[in-house]
Every structure is written in structure tokens, then in C-alpha cells.
Ligand binder design. Structure first.
Ligand code: CMX
Length: 434
């Protein structure tokens, strides 16, 4: 397999670099940890390593060193399409190079070959009560696939440590291949009561296949959006909760299914993936209050009312970023080029002009600019995907690409089980005296 060969060729030099750093420079200090950080969610504590992506506070996410506009420009596209192959993005994350069209299509072909979902997974999903949250269903479906893990089977058979990454790569490809079908099945079953078994079409790329499986009215445009959405949501370095949870579970040598299910459970939280739906709800409440897109002054007051009620403005602020999120900008541009007159989009644009000013005046948020969640739901809503709790499922399908690429490399570079040290409050009080 192409990706396998490409990674295998790079491994000796990566292993040498990592071994040299740990062996010869192991004592070098790269940061310190304060009591505020220990109590403050470990913000800024430099304790993880990944070469798949990096979030620059001033310019945003770099995927294998490339900015969002560069990734969107340089990755190959399906013929006649405006947004790139998702398979090309997965190649970039795994291999670290921009693929040719043929190389991107190799990943798409691997996915097509591995897309079938076993019957017991559909049976399990159908047996769940209708009100089960969409993220619970997705996480369960991922776990239901775990019995097919190549890593778990080969580990039991005594696989050598050097070969872990190859089994992890098999699982990464198998799992990401099945997610669009699983997500679409959950969508149709949960919101429309449709339980007919779905099948992937091996002749369609990842995004086109997903748009067809979802059954949205404007499939061609939605396929463009699906590709963009999955690419933009794939990776945001390894400290965010879904990536870190996946990494932590994987570090025990649990396979990609166990690990990614853990990551999905983290993504389901209101402070993480749920913000997309909160942002759309907030925008809709503005439209509802004013009977359409309000004037700037009315919006300014509405935003202040939200803050004065003790609520946050969803989709704004970020733990690391200090500029408008390039993933927000990419989706705003996509939407403005296609449906500039959509009310929700016009409102999202006005919010982008007004809310940063309001947050600056309030003076609390370190970053008054929009993050990706300020706009993602607006685009889904336009194409008719209006079941808000499904937005996190879409985020999850995209996030799988980044976290599984990281798992492959973590196993390739022999990253150990994670086990930070805890202290007691009394110990910190003691430290505070010195
Ligand atoms: N509206 C109102 N207040 C905000 C705010 C916003 N959008 N963003 C930050 N603040 C407030 C924080 O609540 C905090 O207030 P307190 O001191 O009273 O606790 C203060 O500003 C400082 O926060 P910060 O250091 O700037 O931000 P954090 O790193 O603590 O939190 C985030 C980051 C994203 C959770 C926060 O900005 C927020 O709640 N935003 C709205 C929800 C959101 O968009 N979440 C999506 C994040 C992206 C993702 O993970 O998917």
C-alpha cells in the first residue's frame, strides 16, 4: 500500500531524530508549570509532541506546516470540483507531503475497499431507543467495530513493537472508511426513522458518497461542503480534548476503535464540539427576536444582553488562537460564494463585524474573534441539515482523520503510555510558601 511505503521510507530518520533528542538532550527544559496552570486546565503546558499539525496563535492551524488556504489550494480535487479530495488531506496528515491526484485517489480507493459496515453494527444501532443522542450512537458504533481491529488481533498474536504502526494504519484506514456511512445511517435512522441498510458507492469520493448517503437535496454542493468540512475539522494539534483523549487511550496500546470512541466522548462535551449547535441556536434566536437580520445597533445590544445574562457568545473566543480562526474564514468564503443572500449567513457576517467589538469592550475574553464553530452550523443549516445535535457527529467524522493519523505516528515513534504526576492541595500550599 502506497501510504505504508511512504511512511516506512521516512521512519528510520524520524526514529533517529526522536531517539537523539530523548537520549542526548533529555535534560533540556522547554517550559515550567505554575500552580495557576495546574488548576487552570494545563493551558500552555508544553508536554505533548506531534508533527501532524500545530496551532499558531497568530495565524491559526498549520496542517503539516501548511496554512488552511495553502491546504485548500494545493491538495488535488476531484475533476470539476472546487474543494479537495478528503483522501488527499489524509495522505498529507499521514505522510507529510502534498499528494499528487493519483496518490490522493489511492487513499480514496483504499476507503472504498474498506467501507462496508458489518450487519451487527446496524442491528445494535437499531436496538437503541430513538432518543439516544447522536454522539452516543456514533461512539457505540465505533466500539461495535472494535472486534475487527487488526491491531488488537495482531497484538494477541505477538506482533513485534516495530510493526505496531502498520497495524495501527490498517485500523486507521478501516475506521475512517466506515465513518461516513455510519454517520449517515445514524442521521437517517434517528431523525427520519429510516433503517434500511446503506451502502457506499466505491466510484464516489468521500464527500460525494457522504452527500448521497445523507440524502440532502442539493447533493453536488453538499459534497463540496462535506469535503471542506471534514478537512477543516480534521486536526488542531494534540492538546484539544478530543485529540488528547484519543491519544491518551491509544497510549495504553488500546486500538484505534477504543481510542477514537474515547475521543468522541470528549468531543460530545458542551465546551468542545457542542459549540457548533449553540452558535446556530444563538443566531436563530437573533433572527427570531428581530423577525430577520437586525441592524448593527440592535445586534450590538442583543450581544451585550447575552453577556449581561451571564452567558457566553458561542463561536467566539479560543484557548489558543488570538486571531479569527482560518477555518471560520474558509467556510465564510465558501458560503458567500454560493449563497450570499441567505439570512443566517448575512447575520453570521454581521455578528463577525459586531461581536468582537462587544467582547473587547467587555474585556474578559483573551480572543474576541470567531472560532470555527461560529459558522459551521450556518452552512449545514443552509443545506437542510437542521438537526442540531448531529453537527457534533459531523465534527467527529472529520476529527477521526487527524487523531488516527496521530495514532499511527505515536505507534511508529514508540510513544509510551501517558502518566503525568498528580500532587495534593497540601503539596501545592507547601510549594506556595517557598
Ligand atoms: N463570550 C463571553 N465570554 C467569553 C467568551 C465568549 N465567547 N470567550 C471567553 N469569554 C470569557 C470566559 O468565559 C472567561 O470568563 P471568566 O473569567 O468569567 O471565566 C474569560 O472570557 C477568559 O476566557 P479566555 O481565557 O479568553 O478563554 P478560555 O480559554 O477560558 O475558553 C473558550 C475558551 C472557547 C471555551 C471560550 O472562549 C468560550 O467559552 N467561547 C464560547 C464557546 C465556544 O465558542 N466554544 C468553542 C471552542 C472551539 C472548540 O473547541 O470547538
Amino acid at each position: 500500500m502506497l501510504i505504508h511505503e511512504k511512511i516506512a521510507a521516512q521512519l528510520p530518520s524520524w526514529r533517529e531524530r526522536v531517539t537523539r533528542l530523548a537520549r542526548d538532550y533529555g535534560e533540556i527544559v522547554i517550559g515550567e508549570v505554575t500552580i495557576a496552570q495546574v488548576y487552570g486546565g494545563m493551558r500552555e503546558v508544553r508536554s505533548l509532541v506531534t508533527d501532524v499539525s500545530f496551532v499558531d496563535p497568530e495565524t491559526g492551524i498549520k496542517l503539516r506546516g501548511l496554512s488552511v488556504p495553502e491546504v485548500l489550494k494545493k491538495l488535488p480535487r476531484p475533476r470539476g470540483a472546487k474543494t479537495p479530495y478528503v483522501g488527499g488531506l489524509f495522505y498529507l496528515l499521514l505522510v507529510g507531503e502534498i499528494p499528487s491526484r493519483a496518490e490522493a485517489e489511492t487513499v480514496e480507493a483504499e476507503w472504498a475497499r474498506r467501507a462496508e459496515v458489518p450487519d451487527h453494527v446496524f442491528k445494535m444501532l437499531k436496538a437503541m431507543p430513538r432518543e439516544t443522542p447522536a454522539m452516543t450512537l456514533l461512539s457505540q458504533a465505533v466500539l461495535a467495530l472494535q472486534g475487527g481491529s487488526v491491531f488488537a488481533r495482531m497484538y494477541q498474536e505477538g506482533m513485534k513493537k516495530d510493526a505496531y504502526w502498520e497495524a495501527a494504519l490498517e485500523d486507521a484506514l478501516d475506521l475512517t472508511a466506515k465513518l461516513p456511512l455510519l454517520a449517515a445511517f445514524i442521521y437517517r435512522m434517528k431523525y427520519f426513522g429510516e433503517t434500511k441498510k446503506l451502502r457506499s458507492n466505491p466510484r464516489q469520493d468521500y464527500g460525494t458518497n457522504f452527500a448521497r448517503l445523507m440524502g440532502v437535496p442539493d447533493r453536488k454542493s453538499y459534497a463540496e461542503l462535506a469535503r471542506l468540512f471534514f478537512i477543516l475539522h480534521s486536526d488542531h494539534e494534540s492538546g484539544n480534548a478530543s485529540a488528547h483523549a484519543t491519544h491518551l487511550v491509544g497510549s495504553t496500546l488500546s486500538d484505534a476503535y477504543y481510542a477514537f470512541s474515547g475521543g468522541l466522548n470528549a468531543l460530545a462535551g458542551p465546551l468542545h464540539g457542542l459549540a457548533t449547535q449553540e452558535a446556530v441556536k444563538w443566531l436563530l434566536s437573533v433572527l427570531d427576536t428581530f423577525g430577520g437580520v437586525p441592524g448593527r445597533d440592535e445586534l450590538y445590544k442583543f450581544a451585550w444582553d447575552t453577556l449581561n445574562d451571564g452567558r457566553v457568545i458561542p463561536g467566539y473566543g479560543h484557548a489558543v488562537l488570538r486571531v479569527p480562526d482560518p477555518r471560520f474564514i474558509a467556510q465564510l468564503e465558501f458560503a458567500r460564494a454560493r449563497f450570499p443572500d441567505d439570512d443566517l449567513l448575512r447575520l453570521a457576517g454581521l455578528v463577525y463585524e459586531v461581536v468582537p467589538q462587544v467582547l473587547k469592550e467587555q474585556g474578559k475574553a483573551k480572543n474576541p474573534a470567531p472560532n470555527v464553530d461560529a459558522i459551521s452550523g450556518t452552512l449545514q443549516y443552509h443545506y437542510g441539515v437542521r438537526e442540531f445535535d448531529f453537527y457534533t457527529v459531523l465534527f467527529g467524522v472529520g476529527r477521526a482523520l487527524g487523531v488516527t493519523a496521530n495514532l499511527v505516528w505515536a505507534r511508529a515513534l514508540g510513544q509510551p503510555i501517558e502518566r503525568p504526576k498528580s500532587l495534593t492541595t497540601a503539596m501545592l500550599e507547601e510549594a506556595a510558601k517557598t
